[in-house]
Design a protein around this ligand. Structure first.
Ligand code: HEM
Length: 215
């Protein structure tokens, strides 16, 4: 019987591989659907929406690592967090590129004007700009160079990204009077951030020290 509280490095490696393959599936599905011409009546919209959805899903999955690790007492979950965060960034890049390519054919000026005209796009761009430094400092070398505290402070901008991503989603869906999904994600993000606030306050009150790299 596997003890999920203490996994060996080999078992963690295996889990990472499974996680990696599963995380690639949405991208592979898009490529296969494109090759088979099965992207629906509006393929460009399908790609932009699908990659936007997966950016949001991976953002939530990454934010869920710390609460799950604490609640289930599975310390090894921390070893999956970097990969999950990088998948969030990967799908954000695909989302951004699909918009830049299909909507504006790589015309940055035109994209900029669109951002001013449709503020939900500007909000998405800010969220994406905040993801960039996090992805660039995700290596062990960068953690060492920055120092644990500075690194953790920089990576805490993931909370702001989550709020901006929600605003982006709400704003986009509001134009279509469709609030069900944004409300669902607002609930998930509130729970994930609310637990952190609760733990931070109760940790402070009971004087418990916090790990440097905790996000
Ligand atoms: C962290 C960053 C981002 C997240 C989490 C995100 C997430 C999303 C989500 C969930 C949707 C709705 C998909 C659906 O209808 O099911 C969406 C739509 C959209 N996003 Fe983003 N987005 C991000 C960044 C960006 C950026 C940087 C741009 C462009 C510069 C952008 C442009 C768009 C556009 C144009 C749509 C609407 C697509 C349509 O109506 O067909 N997003 N995004």
């Amino acid at each position: 019987m596997i003890n999920l509280k203490t996994l060996s490095p080999k078992q963690i490696g295996f889990l990472k591989l499974i996680g990696f393959l599963l995380a690639c599936l949405p991208f592979v599905r898009l490529i296969v659907a494109a090759v088979l011409d099965q992207l629906g009546a509006n393929p460009l919209e399908f790609v932009t929406r699908s990659t936007g959805d997966w950016t949001l899903y991976f953002l939530c999955i990454t934010l869920a690592v710390t609460p799950l690790r604490k609640l289930l007492q599975w310390p090894w979950m921390l070893r999956l967090r970097r990969m999950l965060g990088l998948f969030c960034f990967f799908y954000a890049c695909c989302h951004f590129l699909s918009f830049l390519w299909f909507d504006h054919f790589f015309d940055l000026e035109e994209m900029w004007r669109d951002g001013l005209k449709r503020p939900f796009i500007a909000v998405g761009m800010i969220a994406f700009a905040l993801l960039l430094p996090m992805a660039m400092t995700s290596t062990n070398r960068m953690i060492q160079r920055l120092g644990g505290k500075r690194w953790a402070r920089l990576h805490q901008s993931i909370y702001l990204v989550a709020l901006l991503a929600l605003l982006h989603f709400f704003w986009m869906k509001a134009a279509k009077h469709n609030f069900a999904q944004p409300i669902l994600f607002a609930g998930i993000v509130s729970l994930l951030l609310g637990l952190r606030i609760y733990w931070k306050l109760s940790g402070k009150l009971s004087g418990k020290p916090r790990a440097n790299l905790e996000i």
